[in-house]
Design a protein around this ligand. Structure first.
Ligand code: PMT
Length: 407
């Protein structure tokens, strides 16, 4: 397999890459580059032996972060100690994973930074073994692999073929593309396996004339992140999106629309669905008398008559076989009260309310904070990158969806 991952397959995932000391360490920069191309943040930790095969400078250049190697480094520990590193990671990837490193991992050693981080972390561990074929076949290595697998460590490879030492057999580290695909696969979950989800995202544009429109500051980031998180959770996702500059989320059916009426039509045509998530900032009004030619400047006042757009969320909730409906509420004040009001008025199952207009949150920001409210409960999802927040929101949606189905 040599296909690169889609650009957002690992969006905002934090990968702690341990490079241990084997000849395959020369492939580590390619692994880093491809992980970053797929949207991951990558922190490299080298074992002392890795320095014999590759320089920290190379890995620093490709990862954009200072490479960590020392367990007892007061300066580095002051910035992010080994415990913070262990907590920071969403996944620990060991590539290459030498026979020696796997043996130390099995024993729970903590005599260098890399092994200490593995011991201190709850993150899943994926190892890409690389060693001489005889070392791979040795009962000691096989015993270590079995013990680590029983403990939940996952393995990517090794491949078989001719080796740097001139021998032929199993023990070659997989190619960077294969390692990155295995890393992305770790995040696939079956929370919503086979569930159909229809989602709206982004702004709508309401034309004034052929060159002007009314719109809002929605970037689509929140909705696209939710679409990705839903797909990772196993859902079959259709995203109806207003105009954005974001790349299409991988594995999601994307339907591009412009106006609220287009969005309404696209959504209603795709019902029934199991879950509907309305993340879009839909224009509540459109211009009734939009001009078919560009309006010329004049000295007299220009009056635009605004008429209401269809309320897509309300229409979906009132459809013949209503799905589990999740609305968003963008509020500038009294978030919970307004959100509860929306829950009732629109007769929906859940509202994710965000306080907008604040610094660095909500519209067009990378971060958000949500208060998720349903009839008999609520949960605060604290400030986080939208990509991370989306995954937590999907956990809550899956939980409440299952609770409704069980009723
Ligand atoms: O796109 P980003 O830059 O990442 O920003 C994310 C966001 C702030 C836009 C998002 O988190 C959000 O809050 N989206 C809803 C914004 C909004 O328009 O809220 P509202 O209170 O006006 O609408 C309430 C709900 O009704 C929303 O789910 C909305 O999608 C839906 N609605 C509104 C009007 C309408 N005509 N049809 C609808 O379906």
């Amino acid at each position: 397999m040599d296909a690169a991952l889609p650009p957002n397959a690992l969006a905002a995932r934090r990968v702690l890459l341990i490079v241990s000391g084997g000849i395959a360490a020369y492939k580590a920069p390619d692994v880093v580059r491809r992980l970053r191309d797929a949207g991951a943040e990558v922190q490299v930790v080298m074992t002392p032996a890795a320095g014999a095969f590759i320089t920290p400078l190379t890995l620093q250049a490709v990862s954009g972060r200072e490479v960590r190697a020392e367990l007892f480094d007061p300066a580095a520990e002051a910035a992010m100690g080994h415990i913070e590193l262990a907590r920071w990671a969403d996944v620990i990837l060991i590539a290459p994973a030498t026979a020696d490193f796997l043996a130390r991992l099995r024993l729970g050693m903590a005599n260098d930074l890399a092994s200490a981080v593995c011991l201190a972390s709850e993150a899943p561990i994926l190892a890409a073994p690389a060693m001489n074929q005889q070392m791979w076949k040795h009962p000691a290595t096989q015993d270590n692999l079995a013990a680590l697998a029983a403990r939940g460590v996952r393995f990517a490879g090794p491949g078989a073929g001719s080796q740097a030492c001139g021998e032929v057999g199993p023990g070659r580290m997989l190619e960077a593309t294969e390692i990155c695909a295995a890393t992305a696969a770790l995040f696939e979950r079956d929370l919503l396996s086979g569930v159909r989800v229809l989602l709206t995202a982004g702004p709508t544009r309401e034309p004034i004339d052929p060159v002007r429109y009314i719109s809002n500051h929605s970037s689509g980031k929140m909705g696209y992140a939710i679409a990705t998180a839903l797909r990772e959770a196993g859902a079959i996702v259709t995203l109806v999106s207003g105009p954005t500059i974001l790349p299409p989320p991988a594995g999601v059916t994307l339907v591009n629309v412009e106006t609220a009426r287009d969005m309404h039509e696209a959504v209603m045509a795709r019902l029934p669905t199991d879950i509907f998530v309305a993340t879009a900032a839909v224009a509540d009004y459109r211009i009734d008398n939009a001009a078919s030619n560009k309006i010329k400047r004049s000295d007299s006042a220009l009056e635009l008559k605004l008429v209401p757009n269809p309320d897509i969320l309300k229409c979906v909730a009132a459809s013949a076989a209503p799905p589990f409906t999740v609305g968003f509420a963008a509020e500038t004040n009294d978030v919970e009260r307004h959100a509860r009001d929306k829950l009732e008025r629109k007769a929906i199952d859940m509202v994710a309310a965000n306080l907008v207009g604040g610094a660095g949150l909500g519209f067009n920001a990378d971060d958000n904070e949500l208060m998720v409210i349903w009839r008999d409960g609520s949960r605060l999802l604290p400030r986080a990158a939208k990509t991370r927040l989306a995954r937590t929101l999907v956990d809550v949606i899956a939980e409440r969806y299952a609770a409704r189905a069980a009723r």
